[in-house]
Design a protein around this ligand. Structure first.
Ligand SMILES: [Zn+2]
Length: 115
């Protein structure tokens, strides 16, 4: 039972590239790094915008680019809703607050960033 260790028999050839230590996959296929990047994406690039498209009344204020796990995002949305005295929701990483709350949200979020 001799193992072939010539070039064609090697398990890890040089063109496989680096292997991720976490998931043992080639870095090109690795999901760990992508997840990390997604989690940090939006750091310092929080955007507050008003959306009135297809909505009744004043529309909703959207807070996008928040780099937070879903649990924290939900908690933050709850806090913002309380501070604004209005309703809202979290959809796919975006906080929606009812009404035009841009000025107030800007203030609240910049205070959070200072912490
Ligand atoms: Zn990985």
């Amino acid at each position: 039972m001799a193992k072939r260790t010539n070039n064609t028999g090697l398990v890890y050839s040089t063109d496989t590239g680096r292997i991720c230590p976490k998931c043992s996959r080639p870095v090109a296929e690795c999901q760990c790094r992508k997840q990390q990047q997604a989690a940090t994406q939006g750091d310092g690039k929080v955007r507050i915008s008003l959306s009135t498209k297809g909505r009744k009344g004043k529309g909703v204020t959207l807070v996008t680019g928040l780099a937070m796990p879903p649990g924290e995002l939900k908690a933050l949305a709850k806090e913002l809703k309380q501070k604004c005295g209005t309703g809202g929701t979290v959809k796919q990483g975006v906080i929606e607050i009812q009404g035009d709350q841009r000025e107030l949200l800007k203030e609240l979020l910049s205070r959070l960033a200072d912490k």
